[in-house]
Design a protein around this ligand. Structure first.
Ligand SMILES: [Fe+2]
Ligand SMILES: [Fe+2]
Length: 375
């Protein structure tokens, strides 16, 4: 039996000291190399035998959009005004009412510090989206080479273009509209490295399309709903349209492939999904922001982790991942191994939420806008 320590480097999932001991120590690096040995696979079978992937590919070809011309970059963005505005909204307070801040560093905070936290939090969040998008770009380029099916190679090629566009859009938004970049969070980097270092083609899909992009779809959806900034709202709408296709690509491909796998092979996939889930939860603790705010990181995180409202927000990030894992048979194989882990993480309640196999047709905001403009 593989232990938590072997999978995630600690015995207790919530061991805060261990989580914080993982940090990015090379913040000035300009590049990062991941060694990988994998087979580049040609297929001589050009038959279009996978209609669901074919349909997805057709959708991808007509729903491309252009960062330069489809968004209004003249929109002024005042981060401070937006943060001040948020402070007066009940639904977006950082800590919930039940959290007692007396005796903590936050007790002395005034408007200035809370605004600064909101601004740093946004710079951090968008920076991590940016780095994650580059991870998606690299993973998807890999899939073009490694997946053995022609329909999947066609589709993956369109996703490469999508991910280049996503890197472009977040980089531009950060540069032109926000007030600072953060280097990649160490937990996110560990996860992306693990995905890229694995030579098995389906592991790239599981790590990226199912786990990272499943979480991104939920996170973008949440931010899209909360933000009042029109440019960010619009760019997230379009990015989400693409991401829904990407997650569907993962579900449709792995659904077929996993049918052939043995219990032992499925166990490897279950463990990988669990490791990815923990890394992603760890990254959302945004330890670098607390550091930059000059607050003792562990003290801040103890408060954050005790906050029921925030826990709910962090759990909702798994609302796409869990039903997709269920659909793929990952929850229940091997006596429900992953089901127990997801129960421990507190996210199993999403298992019967809608999965992302078909949702992309509903989320195609690009097509909706074009139809409205043409009408
Ligand atoms: Fe993306
Ligand atoms: Fe994506």
């Amino acid at each position: 039996m593989t232990t938590n320590n072997e999978l995630i480097g600690r015995d207790e999932i919530n061991d805060l000291e261990a989580i914080l001991s993982v940090s990015n120590t090379d913040v000035d690096a300009v590049d990062h190399t991941v060694g990988a040995g994998f087979d580049a696979v040609f297929t001589w079978d050009y038959d279009r035998s996978r209609p669901a992937l074919g349909k997805l590919y057709e959708k991808a070809k007509t729903s491309q959009w252009n960062v330069t011309t489809d968004l209004d970059w003249t929109t002024p963005v005042d981060q401070e005004a937006l943060a001040l505005n948020e402070m007066n909204r009940e639904d977006v307070q950082f800590f919930g009412d039940q959290v007692d801040l007396s005796g903590t560093p936050f007790a002395k905070w005034g408007e200035k510090e809370w605004v600064e936290l909101a601004i740093e939090g946004q710079n951090w969040t968008l920076s991590q989206f940016l780095h994650g998008e580059q991870g998606a770009l690299l993973c998807t380029a890999r899939i073009v080479e490694t997946v053995p099916w022609i329909d999947a190679k066609y589709y993956a090629a369109t996703q490469v273009v999508d991910e280049a566009r996503h890197v472009e859009v977040f980089a531009r938004y950060l540069d032109e509209k926000l007030s600072g970049h953060y280097p990649i969070n160490a937990h996110l980097e560990l996860l992306l490295d693990d995905i890229l270092a694995d030579s098995r083609w389906d592991m790239t899909y599981l790590g990226m399309q199912i786990m990272v992009e499943g979480l991104a779809l939920a996170a973008f959806g949440f931010m899209h709903q909360m933000t009042t900034e029109p440019l960010l709202k619009q760019l997230l709408r379009y990015v989400m349209s693409d991401e829904a296709r990407h997650v569907a690509f993962g579900v449709l491909s792995l659904q077929e492939y996993y049918k052939e796998l043995t219990d032992a092979e499925m166990k490897d996939r279950q463990e990988f999904a669990f490791e990815a889930a923990v890394r992603m939860r760890d990254r959302f603790l945004q330890q670098e922001v607390w550091d930059r705010m000059g607050v003792p990181v562990k003290d801040a995180l103890e408060l954050v982790m005790a906050d029921e409202g925030r826990k709910m927000f962090q759990n909702i990030l798994f609302s796409k991942i869990v039903p997709n894992c269920k659909k793929l048979g990952l929850l229940d194989r091997n006596n429900g191994w992953l089901r127990s882990r997801f129960t421990e993480l507190g996210v199993i309640q999403f298992e019967d939420w809608v999965d992302t196999g078909e949702e992309y047709t509903l989320l195609d905001e690009v097509a909706k806008d074009r139809a409205a403009a043409g009408a």
